[in-house]
Write a protein that binds this ligand. Structure first.
Ligand SMILES: [Cu+2]
Length: 286
């Protein structure tokens, strides 16, 4: 056994021990990339389901076009080989063929455009969202503002590697943050995004089918509705400067009860009054 292998095994044992000793995360790690992954992540939102099915349609169209062009090419090489055509043809045009190769691509583009635009508008506008989260890209971290829950703001920064190993060893390197965006499962959440400072950022979570370029002075809208509890990850997808690669996006999807408790905790920390149902509140806590 060579030294490198011993070190590798030791490393695995140490990281397994750390993983065991590290604080267990309440939700499972769901939306992370896997080794040798070549395709999309599994769809975790209705938008991503539609992105995948559009991708499936495009793949069929692209494959058919490639096979057709390859077949034409092979046929042309064979049919018009010099040995079979000692004297070259003098044909200059063919009206039927020219109309066909103009109209058929137009029809193919229309077939692609209709579901594309339908999906674009579907992903752009939240229908009956339960609440809104305002995402702000900063240099180089994210802030999540919850205006409908008392207007508190959460700052989400990458965990230094030593802290990740101690606190969130299950999260892959460069994806762990101190404070995740927290949302309840099965709830439509409108995401509006902007940026401060002098650069754009990209709030992108592949498994959610969301990729919002956030721009200073502008608000962009999208929405998510995640079925399953868990941790989901993405990364800034717009080159934004020095620490672009160190501003991961982490979303924790929890049950509605846990979300309500988390909101109360954040409101308390921000010095905001707890949510009170005024009609049912007792005089003592009015
Ligand atoms: Cu960036």
């Amino acid at each position: 056994m060579n030294g490198k292998r011993v070190l590798g095994i030791l490393g695995m044992v140490v990281s397994a021990a750390l993983g065991f000793a590290g604080s267990a995360l309440a939700q499972p790690i769901v939306g992370v990339p896997h080794d040798w992954q070549t395709n999309f992540p599994p769809p975790f939102t209705p938008v991503m389901e539609k992105v995948e099915s559009l991708n499936g349609l495009l793949l069929v169209i692209i494959t058919l076009i490639c096979i057709f062009v390859l077949a034409l090419l092979i046929y042309a090489v064979w049919r018009f080989h010099a040995s079979r055509n000692p004297s070259a043809t003098t044909t200059t045009h063919n009206t039927v063929l020219e109309i066909a190769w103009t109209v058929v691509p137009i029809l193919i583009l229309v077939v692609i455009a209709i579901p594309s635009f339908r999906l674009l508008y579907y992903s752009d506008k939240a229908v009956d969202p339960a609440f809104t989260i305002k995402v702000t890209g900063n240099q180089w971290y994210w802030t999540y503002n919850y205006p409908d829950q008392g207007d508190f703001t959460v700052e989400s920064r990458i965990l230094p590697e030593a802290d990740r190993i101690k606190q969130k060893p299950q999260v892959p390197r460069l994806l762990a943050v101190d404070e995740e965006m927290v949302i309840p499962k099965g709830t439509t959440v409108r995401i509006i995004g902007t940026a401060v400072g002098n650069s754009m950022h990209g709030w992108t979570v592949p498994g959610f089918g969301i990729k919002k370029t956030v721009i200073p002075g502008r608000l962009n809208e999208g929405w998510i509705n995640v079925k399953e509890e868990g941790f989901y990850f993405g990364q800034c997808s717009q080159i934004c400067g020095d620490n672009h690669s160190y501003m991961p996006i982490a979303v924790r999807v929890v049950s509605k009860d846990v979300f309500d408790k988390w909101v109360e905790q954040k409101k308390k920390a921000a010095g905001l009054a707890p949510a009170t149902d005024f009609a049912s509140a007792t005089p003592a806590n009015r």
